[in-house]
Ligand binder design. Structure first.
Ligand SMILES: Nc1ncnc2c1ncn2[C@@H]1O[C@H](COP(=O)(O)OP(=O)(O)O)[C@@H](O)[C@H]1O
Ligand SMILES: [Mg+2]
Length: 373
């Protein structure tokens, strides 16, 4: 898979731009606030239909404009494909070769991307919601069908929560339990499958990155499903266990006004030896854990798809310590994937640059090809 060109129209501060990245490393350089992250965010959105940082789709549309478009030409298994996403108001439309995509799988059709942003580095020490989102990004990347499945779940959850908030009877609330348990079990299965693939690779990568430290472990924290062998249960058993938990918690949920069990309350568990990384990891270890996870995700996608994903590394160098940064830059060189990096200081990414590197100078939403640092 290769990105041949990308076009932005009215996306954030990028007015109208058509850019041709390198088949290997492209480095966007510029001071803060110029649009470097916006370039990466547009590509991430194009490749996943999920915003990288926006909480509302409308934020992606340039101030004062009615819509935004990101369009990419990709080389996929020898054929060129044009995919585009357009945001208008709260709605997003996916287009393949200029026509509305008939399905998500026809849209994604093998496009895959892994993003690494400074926000990721806060995941280890932050709250479970950040870790869930972090995990879910990896699940989306690996299983595009998860996009629809998690929307189904979110809709059922919203329905149940609305009744809880409105003080509806237990019977009324219970009308949602079957659907919520069924959709929830699908999310459990996807997250478990992703972790089964990625966790061993991340543990191995952590050893490569840190050497000689306590081994890392990545696991799934399913809360509130009592008496269940989470790892061994099939989808029906998971649905049953979640259904039982929902029923058991209904009185408490009615008091509190929200649903207190299910995939939306779970956590991605990170351990160093036997210690929870959230409480005990140093900053350096926390960063190494995140880096190891990303490396594992890349390797896993390459193995599953037969080609490397497009890598987006936003502002990495400013947040990573020199040792981890050196590892990451060397890793990129060895991997040879197509990558788009952004930085305020070209010196920090010099190690990742080679003869085929394309340099972009970013200023006030404009991009100028330059000859590097
Ligand atoms: N919807 C939008 N319309 C126009 N400008 C936007 C929009 N959203 C963000 N911006 C502008 O984009 C700039 C930040 O771009 P960003 O890519 O985060 O910069 P950086 O180069 O630091 O990564 C800011 O000037 C911000 O005002
Ligand atoms: Mg930025």
């Amino acid at each position: 898979m290769k990105l041949l060109s990308v076009r932005y129209e009215r996306f954030r501060n990028l007015g109208a731009l058509t850019l041709t990245p390198s088949a290997k490393t492209t480095i966007a350089v510029g001071p803060n606030g110029q649009g470097k992250t916006n370039l990466l965010e547009g590509l991430y959105f194009l490749s996943t239909l999920k915003p990288l940082r926006a909480s509302r789709l409308a934020e992606l549309i340039q101030f004062g404009q009615a819509d935004a478009v990101v369009q990419g030409r990709f080389l996929l298994q020898g054929a060129e494909r044009d995919i585009a996403v357009r945001v208008e108001g709260k709605t997003r439309t996916a287009l393949v070769d200029g026509k509305a995509a008939s399905s998500l799988s026809s849209y994604f059709g093998g496009v895959s991307v892994v993003a690494f942003t400074p926000d990721d580095l806060a995941v280890v020490k932050g709250g479970p919601d950040g870790r869930r989102a972090f995990l879910d990004r990896a699940v989306f990347n690996r299983f595009p069908g998860y996009l629809t499945e998690s929307r189904d779940y979110a809709r059922a959850l919203k329905g149940r929560n609305r009744l809880l908030k409105d003080g509806a009877s237990a019977a009324q609330v219970g009308a949602w339990d079957e659907a919520l348990a069924r959709f929830g079990a699908k999310l459990f299965v996807r997250r478990r499958a992703l972790l089964d693939e990625v966790a061993p690779k991340a543990q191995a990568a952590f050893e490569r990155i840190t050497r000689l430290q306590a081994p890392a472990r990545f696991g799934y924290g399913a809360s509130g499903l009592s008496g269940l062998d989470f790892q061994g249960a099939d989808e029906a058993a998971l649905a049953q266990a979640l259904h039982d938990a929902l029923v058991a918690r209904t009185p408490k949920d009615r008091e509190r006004g929200f649903t207190s069990v299910g995939p939306h309350t779970d956590d991605l568990e990170l351990f160093l030896g036997d210690a929870a990384a959230r409480a005990y990891a140093s900053q350096g270890q926390a960063r190494a854990l995140v880096l190891a996870w990303k490396v594992a995700e890349i390797e896993n996608l390459a193995q599953a798809n037969g080609f490397l994903p497009l890598l987006l590394l936003d502002d990495v160098s400013s947040e990573l310590d020199p040792e981890r940064n050196a590892f990451l830059m060397q890793y990129l060189v060895d991997l040879g994937a197509q990558a788009l990096l952004s930085t305020t200081d070209a010196a920090l990414v010099q190690r990742a640059a080679g003869p085929d590197t394309v340099w972009w100078q970013v200023e006030a939403g404009q991009v100028r090809a330059s000859d590097g640092a």
